[in-house]
Design a protein around this ligand. Structure first.
Ligand code: CYC
Length: 169
């Protein structure tokens, strides 16, 4: 599992090189964004249940058939599995946000997930939609809390959506 610093070290070590100007620039950018990353992660931690609740309500409004008989979130067992999954994506996104690296998402979340969803007939399209909605909810919240750089929020959520969504045709 890597973060912005360990990824950089690994790349430069593989090449046997000292950090150059590019490396210094990316280190500076990482440390300069540190306070904002921590502020957003703290905000996610304190509001996780609220974020999942708001995002799932929007998702079920947009795709009501998920909750109808035959839908994959129908029955309380599947409904709660769905909320739980959204909570997993949110929690891991907060880790990746602090790390400024998506490696934790590949390693701990996305590896094998597609196969699991396919075997249980959990639809990937609406799941990706739900993750994108969570991104919006987190950004709205960060904006309301006065975080200047809410663009930081995009990377982990977009990464999950891209990796999970792109092969879904
Ligand atoms: C099921 N989601 C599962 C399962 C796994 C995950 C492993 C099968 C085992 C179980 O039910 O617990 C996902 N597990 C994870 C993830 C992690 C993990 C991400 C973090 C590392 O440990 N159904 C919908 C919605 C969507 C949904 C679109 C919510 C957005 O219609 C989710 N996931 C969903 C549902 C199930 C599930 C309903 C249960 C499916 C079933 O058993 O029939």
């Amino acid at each position: 599992m890597r973060d912005a610093v360990t990824s950089l070290i690994q790349n430069y070590d593989l090449a046997g090189r000292y950090f150059d100007r590019n490396a210094m620039d990316s280190l500076k950018a990482y440390f300069a964004s540190g306070q904002a990353r921590i502020a957003i992660a703290g905000m996610i931690t304190s509001n996780a249940a609220e974020i999942v609740k708001t995002a799932s309500a929007r998702l079920f409004e947009q795709v009501p058939e998920l909750l109808a008989p035959g839908g994959n979130a129908y029955t309380t067992r599947r409904y709660s599995a769905c909320l739980r999954d959204l909570d997993y994506y949110l929690r891991y996104a907060s880790y990746a946000l602090v790390a400024a690296d998506n490696d934790v998402l590949s390693e701990r979340v996305l590896e094998g997930l597609r196969e699991t969803y396919n075997s249980l007939e959990v639809p990937i399209g609406p799941t990706v939609q739900g993750i994108a909605i969570m991104k919006d909810v987190v950004k709205e919240m960060a904006d309301a809390a006065g975080v200047a750089d809410t663009g930081l929020v995009d990377a982990p959520f977009d990464y999950i959506c891209r990796d999970f969504g792109e092969k879904d045709i």
